[in-house]
Design a protein around this ligand. Structure first.
Ligand SMILES: [Zn+2]
Length: 438
């Protein structure tokens, strides 16, 4: 297969942009990157050639943090403080409504939304991750799927003593599907997981050679909670427990101090930045420009749909570029180019997948999107990075290719039945409304 005629934004180390380009794909891999006029690539132009004239051709976006089934709670409880939102609405709704079918249906709708808005890889953390991996397999997306842990009874693990066995079975089942499906462990937070839980899960993650993820320093109250409970601040607490290393992804980090950043940089801890969710919950603003100066790997994420309330990485890029300018009163920080890298190669590095995805280069897996630039809000075009970050929207994505397979063409999904996916989630929502949970 070849994609011809578009403006290619490679996000390679040289950040090459190629006009009237050609990208060749074979067996799921990118086998050629050049100009449409290059004769050496003529054989790649088969009947499956995609005409990308008028489009930007770019790597698929990488969403480093989300909870897919939470699409079922989208708009259910808004405009509330984090703890009231979590303990008064989200946790009770999860206790009553989260089951394997709800997780599968929610994940399927979320994947439809992501494919339609240009995301090709994501990192999820929730319960019943088996069901998410199954939905993922059907949708043909690429993801890290992380089995969630917390010290309360979770919907998928009614008996606490059995949770490790369940998690290990999950990892064993999916480990051979990498790099399309990669299992991981997700401890909800230092305030919902005891030191023993944090340490035991980290040890199991190290043994399995998988990522270990956690919400960390989301809001200011978390610092006081951990300080009161353990006599130290969250990063010191985790450092003393020995759970921080280069296989740890800390999500949010809105209250990371300079000392914490030195620890992260030293140990190689990676960060997922979720600005819209943190803005909506008034949780804080992560010091991302400082993290980047420290050499910390930072990727972009949306978080779940209950706190965002969508999974559109184009909107997230726009927000990420602007929020740091206004909080620092410096319009030069977090340029469009920096943010676009964060949403592609940056995310791939955070998830440990940079060898496979994140840029359009020969040898990488073919995760590619076409953005239709022939639209009023994208005209004229001076700078691709500015246009993609500040003016484009998820709905401008025309075609999505994952692992060399077309999963959406001309806005039509090929792996998900969208009307059914939406109806299944409306059924869950009707139950929530009937039980007066919103
Ligand atoms: Zn989250």
């Amino acid at each position: 297969m070849a994609i011809t005629g578009g403006t290619l934004v490679t996000i390679s180390a040289k950040m090459e942009i190629i006009e009237d380009s050609l990208v060749g794909i074979k067996d799921g891999l990118i086998v050629a990157v050049g100009r449409n006029s290059d004769q050496e690539y003529a054989a790649l132009k088969t009947k499956d050639t995609i005409d990308a004239s008028g489009c930007i051709v770019m790597p698929g976006l990488v969403n480093t943090h989300t909870h897919l089934p939470m699409v079922c709670f989208r708009g259910m409880a808004d405009d509330l403080p984090l703890m009231e939102w979590l303990t008064g609405h989200i946790f009770p709704a999860e206790a009553r409504f989260v089951n394997k079918k709800m997780v599968y249906d929610g994940a399927t709708l979320a994947m439809a939304e992501m494919i339609l808005s240009g995301t090709t890889t994501f990192c999820d953390g929730y319960f019943f991750e088996d069901a998410i991996a199954e939905a993922l397999s059907a949708a043909g997306m690429r993801a890290i799927v992380s089995q969630g842990f917390a010290d309360f009874i979770t919907p998928d693990k009614p008996k606490l003593e059995k949770r490790m066995a369940v998690a290990e079975r999950f990892v064993t089942r999916w480990q051979s599907y990498a790099p399309m499906i990669t299992p991981a462990y997700f401890c909800h937070s230092p305030y919902t997981c005891s030191p023993a839980t944090l340490v035991n899960i980290k040890e199991a993650a190290r043994e399995a050679g998988i990522l270990y993820l956690m919400h960390l320093l989301e809001n200011k109250d978390e610092i006081d909670t951990i300080l009161n409970r353990y006599g130290k601040k969250p990063v010191r607490h985790l450092l003393d427990l020995g759970v921080l290393d280069e296989q740890t992804v800390a999500v949010h980090c809105n209250w990371l101090t300079k000392e914490d950043m030195a620890v992260f940089a030293d140990l190689g801890v990676r960060v997922s930045h979720n600005p819209e969710s943190s803005m909506k919950l008034a949780a804080g603003v992560a010091p991302v420009p400082e993290m980047l100066k420290h050499g910390i790997k930072v990727g972009l994420g949306t978080d779940g749909s209950a706190s965002n309330n969508d999974l559109d990485m184009f909107r997230e890029m726009d927000t990420a570029a602007k929020i740091h300018k206004v909080t620092s009163l410096d319009p030069t920080v977090m340029s469009a180019e920096t943010v676009l890298k964060m949403a592609t190669t940056g995310g791939a590095k955070v998830l440990g997948m940079e060898k496979f995805i994140g840029s359009i280069e020969t040898g990488k897996q073919a995760d590619i999107i076409l953005v239709d630039m022939n639209q009023p809000h994208l005209t004229p075009l001076y700078n691709c990075y500015s246009q993609l970050v500040y003016a484009a929207r998820g709905a401008d994505v025309k075609t999505s290719i994952i692992n060399g397979k077309i999963v959406m063409k001309d806005r039509q999904l090929r792996t998900i039945d969208l009307p059914t996916a939406m109806e299944n989630v409306r059924v869950v929502a009707a139950d929530i409304i009937n039980q007066k949970l919103c």
